[in-house]
Design a protein around this ligand. Sequence first.
Ligand code: TEU
Ligand code: CA
Length: 561
Amino acid sequence: MEERRAWWKEAVVYQIYPRSFADSNGDGIGDLNGITEHLPYLRTLGIDVIWLSPVYRSPNDDNGYDISDYREIMDEFGTMEDFDRLLAGAHELGMRIIMDLVVNHTSDEHPWFVESRKSADSAFRDFYIWREPADGRAPNNWESCFSGSAWELDEATGMYYLHCFSRKQPDLNWANPEVREAVYDMMEWWCRKGIDGFRMDAISMISKDPEYPDGISADGIYGDMTPYVYNRPEVHEYLREMNRRVLSRYDIMTVGEAARVKIDDALRYANSGGTELDMVFQFEHVKSRVRDRRAGKWITYAPTLPEVREILNRWQTETEGKAWNALFIDNHDLPRCVSRYGNDSEKWRALSAKMLATCIHMMKGTPYIYQGEELGMTNRDWGSIDDCRDVEEINAYRQYVEERRSISSAEMLKCFGEIGRDNARTPMQWNAGPGAGFTEGTPWIGLNPNYTEINAEREMADPDSVFHYYRRLIGLRHSLPVVVYGRFEALLTDDPCVYAYRRILDGSVMTVACSWSENPAACTLFDGLEGRELISNYGSHLPGKLQPYEARVILEEIPQR
Ligand code: TEU
Ligand code: CA
């Protein structure tokens, strides 16, 4: 089936976590002017769209994902004038900017909530989700994503409010049409400013089961809210309404963060009729199915090639012609991909980072690069809880190490080193100078000490670097329609080491093979294959096998009758 063309299908997106990207004034915190200064870097890389993690006014309980004013810029990040300059600067260089839309919840310091909590008959009471206590306790057993109960008792009225994330992130009540109108107004305000789209935070969670039933409990204390919070049927109604009211009236792109989404639901969210969103992030391939029960999600297990491949192949194949994919293995909530799926030792880091990039970027969908991924930035060690900054990590440490004592401090810190969100939030490594070129002051979160070796300045000067490899991958997507629109066909689906697939468009057949192994792996796909090598992380090849972490892409042009 012929795929309908769209600019956002042809684009490569780069995610910026502003707090950790570039500090222009020496206070140790990244800011908008820091981003503006580095726009030429992003232009050189070749990206088309910047996704800005939240820059709105926020008390920063969750680094901007707790918003107290949707129409102001966070003081530490600069001013609205700085934002306007950033937007204009990006547009001048041919890049677009999409904003993070965080509307599952606000900050408890947002005026809506300040009013809402004052009394049970406040005009804003129904903007949030309030319930009476049940037998003197929380209304149900739901556990928040950030540990502890998802309900917080509020003194003023003796009632509980729901917070799926931290207690400073009360959930908005989407069943209330006034809430929806207020959100659409705000979105419209940003669209009129000229922004180019939205990444929608936790959008699969905006509707809740009005019965608020207890969830199944694994630890006998808290219960799982998943069936009552995620991907409920009303979400699609709300999104169709949002689409009619706002999205369809602007030339923008939208991507929903759809935690726990299955393909069936994604086919609705990202339907090719365009009645909801353009695409969604699904998380099956980055979430581990293994749990050891001592500390909730906190484990050190890394997913294997067969697990990741089964999931991604299924998403590629079952969405074909029906919905568009978002391609990613890194973001601000995940460990660094080279540490988790590749090999971050000195010997293999660059090779395995390039291999993973090839694997993801040659698939069908819109690729997202998370800042520093293009340098092969790695996880770091977390020596002490005092080094950690993430509210999720800090709450989990309190619950499992200090209160329940179900895991030791050392083991928990090891888990943080494997899957903690702070790994993604260490400052961007610009150069080998003090502060890694990120700041002239003291960074708000400790640098990864390897910045003296791994940094943008060094990689830009080295044609063989991870950075230049990403630049070339992006270039291929921009120049070859088969990379964007070609049909996906899985190959070698039982191979223990090699991830292989084909992309096919008219007479173009692109064959991709990536070895996830640090040992040579048998592979005869390329033997006798006539065609042009588009990219590889090795300068020469061996017949019958792939070298450690080797990635190779060959394009055959078959004459059409
Ligand atoms: O994440 C929401 C989400 O779906 C969670 O799965 C989250 O990824 C997980 O708890 C982290 O380990 C979004 C944002 O991406 C995240 O940064 C915010 O903290 C969260 O919403 C609340 O706004
Ligand atoms: Ca700053």
